[in-house]
Design a protein around this ligand. Structure first.
Ligand code: TMP
Length: 208
């Protein structure tokens, strides 16, 4: 079986951390080789860029922000993602390029075509085999972010920003249903868990 590249994405407050644990459990039970990583980050350079990108005092313009996301991604792909896939290890990334389309494109207003140019340049033909998109209504995500620790640079944005982010995620998922599994994560944790497990079961039985 070819190693699979899986990404988990969604607006802030959609419940990524809880559901990453669900995915980890699923791989452990199956005893499948897997590497968990995240964006922005995943390498020393990427983590340093993450510090800059998430720091509320950073004043980066929208294009600079987009380029830094892809700079981090470039290193991540070269040093972590491709080598793991080549060794036959599945990769699960907590966010990937869908987040750039959604946040920098939808949220900040960078033209989606410009992001697609960077995607093609930095990734070549690499695209996720499966993207699990956690979706929640804005009221739910805002409530969850509100309860969390100090807010980072993105979490400080207002509701209109997150509405645009969510819309781009959902549009992308609707345009390529074979790659995306949209999970309504406003349901009970048990329902969300079984939804994710069903998606992974289906994906691996089709590609296993
Ligand atoms: P997280 O680790 O809580 O998901 O935080 C990462 C933040 O970075 C989140 O608010 C989304 C944002 N982000 C972008 O704006 N563009 C990107 O390409 C990525 C990967 C993340």
């Amino acid at each position: 079986m070819q190693a699979q590249f899986i990404t988990l994405d969604g607006i802030d407050g959609a419940g990524k951390s809880t559901n990453l644990a669900v995915i980890k459990d699923w791989f452990e039970r199956r005893k499948l080789p897997v590497l968990f990583t995240r964006e922005p980050g995943g390498t020393p350079v990427g983590e340093a860029l993450r510090e800059i990108l998430l720091n509320p005092s950073t004043q980066a313009g929208l294009h600079t922000e987009t380029l830094l996301m892809f700079a981090a991604r470039c290193q991540h792909i070269e040093d972590v993602i491709l080598p793991a896939l080549e060794r036959g290890v599945n990769v699960v990334s907590d966010r990937f390029t869908d987040a750039t389309f959604a946040y920098q494109g939808g949220g900040r207003g960078v033209p989606l075509e410009k992001i697609a140019v960077l995607e093609n340049w930095v990734q070549g033909s690499l695209r996720p085999d499966l993207t699990i998109l956690l979706d929640v209504p804005l009221e739910v995500s805002m409530q969850r972010i509100g309860k969390s620790r100090e807010k980072d640079r993105f979490e400080q944005e207002e509701a209109a920003f997150f509405n645009r982010v969510r819309e781009v995620y959902l549009n992308r998922a609707a345009a390529a249903p074979e790659r995306y599994a949209v999970i309504d994560s406003s349901r009970s944790p048990e329902d969300v868990k079984s939804g994710i497990e069903a998606v992974l079961d289906r994906h691996f039985s089709a590609h296993g």
